[in-house]
Ligand binder design. Structure first.
Ligand SMILES: C[S@@+](CC[C@H](N)C(=O)[O-])C[C@H]1O[C@@H](n2cnc3c(N)ncnc32)[C@H](O)[C@@H]1O
Length: 245
């Protein structure tokens, strides 16, 4: 581990989550945006030169390895310390791979939910449909029946990628409002959420603003430092944000 920073109810580690997670105690939920499948990492290279509305580039090389080789280790770690929801973002193609990894574990695979991105990048070469959504799989790692706060709501979440709150440093940043909606639906105030692939900390920002405890791990020092800054800012704004997305 390179660093550990406490910010109010959040603890952020800079280092390899495969080594750090086994040192943590039991916690309530995993809500994480891990590296994508290899197919997505490869396709990002087709977006060179495109610029977002905020001036940042759509294409930045993904400077971390795809999930494929560590997916089983991640599920095994979550099985060992999670008492509630295991939620992981992935490509549509990755859903079955996550289900295949989760099903033999003690986590009960529930289903895949969809994040619709109304402003996602068009297919610039016109040779087929653009990608307009990402998925997240959810499984229940707790005892008894699964519990959430959203009754019979469908697992469909619609949020723009390029909102005014976008930080812009991380190439696969998740919108705060998307993470807030998920956190409100799946978790309760005071519970602890782990994101072992936190990037620049979008899950953590939403978590602390909504009165949850947060543990984040990121291996890249530049993303880690940005996460620290964003969490420090979020902590100051907590009272403004205790709201349902
Ligand atoms: C998809 S990104 C997360 C982006 C994040 N949701 C955000 O909004 O900024 C996945 C992150 O996991 C990190 N990562 C990959 N393998 C890791 C590992 N073994 N331990 C810690 N972090 C890791 C990568 O550096 C990358 O920043």
């Amino acid at each position: 581990m390179n660093a550990c920073v406490n910010i109010g109810s959040a603890t952020l580690y800079c280092g390899d989550s495969l080594q750090i997670v086994p040192t943590l105690g039991r916690l309530d939920h995993w809500i994480t945006d891990p590296p994508y499948e290899k197919i997505m990492h490869d396709s990002k290279s087709g977006m060179k030169g495109l610029v977002r509305p905020d001036g940042s580039h759509h294409w930045k090389p993904l400077d971390f390895a795809p999930i494929d080789e560590i997916r089983a280790d991640v599920v095994s770690l979550a099985s060992g310390n999670c008492d509630g929801w295991f939620i992981a973002f992935c490509t549509a193609e990755g859903v079955a791979r996550w289900a295949d990894a989760i099903n033999p574990s003690p986590i009960k695979y529930k289903r895949a939910c969809v994040w619709i991105k109304p402003d996602s990048t068009p297919q610039m070469n016109g040779q087929g449909p653009a990608q307009g959504a990402e998925m997240f799989v959810c499984g229940w790692a707790g005892k008894g029946f699964a519990r959430w706060n959203a009754g019979g709501k469908r697992g469909v979440y619609t949020h723009c990628v390029n909102g005014s709150e976008r930080d812009g440093l991380h190439p696969t940043e998740k919108p705060r409002r998307l993470m807030a909606e998920i956190i409100v639906d799946f978790t309760n105030e005071g519970q602890t959420i782990l994101d072992p692939f936190m990037g620049t900390g979008s899950t953590g920002v939403a978590a602390v603003q909504l009165g949850r405890r947060f543990i984040g791990i990121e291996q890249n020092p530049e993303y880690f430092e940005r996460a620290v800054k964003r969490l420090e800012q979020a902590r100051l704004q907590t009272d403004l944000f205790i709201e349902v997305a």
